[in-house]
Design a protein around this ligand. Structure first.
Ligand code: NAD
Length: 452
């Protein structure tokens, strides 16, 4: 394995050094190739997502495939202008010169993906790598083997390996890759593994993006539109059986509307997935027995308000609401990443602060309220990667919003222009005139400036 990895990296570095990948026409041509390849493999990828995660075709298309098409469309439209040197101001003390920002690629990139959106989270950073002018080595997750197989075939059929290649496998393969020198690393996954990736990157001072996870809170205030809040929270939480990095991890609802919110949530879950969600075509499964067993333990915490059923053959757990939960419960000690929603409550801002301080810097935060002043207060009082007012998850699907975490939930941003920025170094260049020369900076200047 080590030899194969080394040979791929060497070949990619040699190819990068030919400067072929820097050519903007080449980048656009390969983005178009990637789009056609995903189109060609669309049905295989949708079937694979059904098999590995029980994603319905509509959900898989919306959250994985369409996302890629939109990102590529947006980049193709803007790449010419992003890659042009950008003129910036020059102070009068630099008389005669002009200043520019140039964008340069780093070189050979490594993109490690998780299993929860295995198509989107492998290809979306790849779009950034191609548009920035790099070569790329991809490492999909071992937990979605059918998707991994098809992505591998798609990549091999579409790109020469000295440009874009893929290494299938799990921890061992990932560590073997991280032992080698890359010029940029883009990692999406858990906080614990993110720390390992950062340590490995430090060996070569390799710049990196870390897209990690965390406990994303969802707050429903007393003046919220409760019916809409319940619908949008249920969708954000239970899509992909809760295995979404920005899914609401827990809900903090205002005490006065608690009962009504619970009733609405119960009704909407029934509307979405029927009386028996475990049999619903629209409801996902847990990715592996290991993840399933970890989640089952959380059902011992607090009281089950609804849900709590599970099915061991397919690793399914029904949408579940837990009441009477405290921060001492195991479900509040780690990111849930499953269809289990703990409900906490508050009456005043200080209560909210006490809750949020227990798991600071989440990847996302959601706030439901009709009051714009309160919305601003929430946005400005807490540190979090990004989020929505009166919705969940949707911010991720706007190419104009850079997406990423802060603190424990990660570092760096991507999507749209953000991906191009992540995958390029901004080089500041001053172009000086030779038509004249101001002598004041030279030691030989007789009347050199004196500072008083
Ligand atoms: P993970 O960290 O276990 O694995 C991610 C990738 O790292 C996989 O390809 C895996 O093979 C590899 N890996 C695992 N252990 C490794 C090790 N010790 N050394 C090197 N590589 C290793 O994460 P996961 O379980 O696949 O995904 C779930 C996590 O990812 C959740 O925490 C979720 O919040 C987070 N996530 C974040 C985002 C985001 O955009 N911020 C998106 C999706 C998922």
């Amino acid at each position: 394995m080590k030899n194969r990895i080394l040979s791929l990296i060497e070949k990619q570095r040699a190819f990068f050094e030919t400067d072929t990948t820097k050519d903007v026409a080449f980048r656009k041509e390969n983005l178009t190739k990637l789009k056609s390849a995903v189109k060609r493999y669309e049905q295989q990828l949708l079937d694979a997502l059904q098999r590995d995660l029980h994603k319905s075709e509509t959900e898989a298309y919306m959250t994985e495939i369409a996302f890629i098409y939109e990102e590529i469309r947006f980049v193709l439209k803007n790449l010419d202008s992003w890659t042009k040197p950008q003129k910036v101001k020059t102070p009068v003390s630099h008389l005669g010169s002009k200043s520019y920002l140039y964008r340069e690629p780093y070189g050979v990139t490594l993109i490690i993906a998780p299993w929860n959106y295995p198509v989107q989270l492998q290809f979306s950073p790849l779009i950034g790598a191609i548009s920035g002018g790099h070569t790329a080595l991809l490492k999909p997750s071992e937990y979605t083997p059918t998707v991994s197989r098809w992505i591998s075939e798609l990549i091999q059929e579409t790109f020469p390996s000295e440009y874009i290649a893929l290494v299938e496998g799990g921890v061992e393969e990932s560590q073997a890759l991280l032992n080698e020198r890359f010029d940029y690393i883009f990692f999406t996954g858990s906080v614990a593994v993110g720390k390992e990736v950062m340590k490995a990157a430090a060996n070569y001072l390799t710049p990196l993006t870390l897209e990690l996870g965390g406990k994303s809170p969802c707050i429903v205030d007393q003046d919220a539109n409760i019916e809409l809040a319940a619908k949008r929270i249920a969708w954000g939480k239970f899509t992909n059986a809760g295995q979404t990095c920005i899914a609401p991890d827990y809900v903090i609802v205002h005490e006065q509307i608690r009962e009504e919110f619970v009733q609405q949530l119960k009704a909407v879950v029934k509307e979405f997935y029927g009386e028996t969600p475990l049999n619903s075509e629209k409801f996902g499964k847990i990715v592996s027995k290991r993840h399933f067993t970890r989640l089952l333990a959380f059902l011992q915490d607090g009281d089950i308000e609804f849900g709590g059923q599970y099915e061991e053959v397919e690793n399914c757990i029904s949408p579940t609401l837990l009441e009477n939960i405290t921060w001492e419960d195991s479900v509040m000690k780690e990111e849930i990443f499953g269809p289990i929603l703990p409900l906490l409550s508050f009456t005043k801002f200080e209560d909210l602060k006490n809750h949020l301080d227990k798991a600071p810097n989440p990847l996302a935060l959601y706030y439901f309220s009709e009051d714009e002043k309160k919305q601003e207060k929430i946005i400005n009082s807490f540190s979090f990667g990004g989020g929505c007012i009166n919705d969940t998850v949707m911010h991720v699907a706007n190419t104009h919003l850079p997406f990423g975490g802060v603190g424990e939930s990660g570092m760096g941003k991507y999507h749209g222009k953000g991906s191009f920025d992540a995958f390029t170094h901004e080089k500041g260049i001053l172009k000086q005139t030779t038509k004249f020369d101001l002598p004041v900076r030279y030691p030989s200047f007789k009347n050199s400036l004196k500072y008083v």
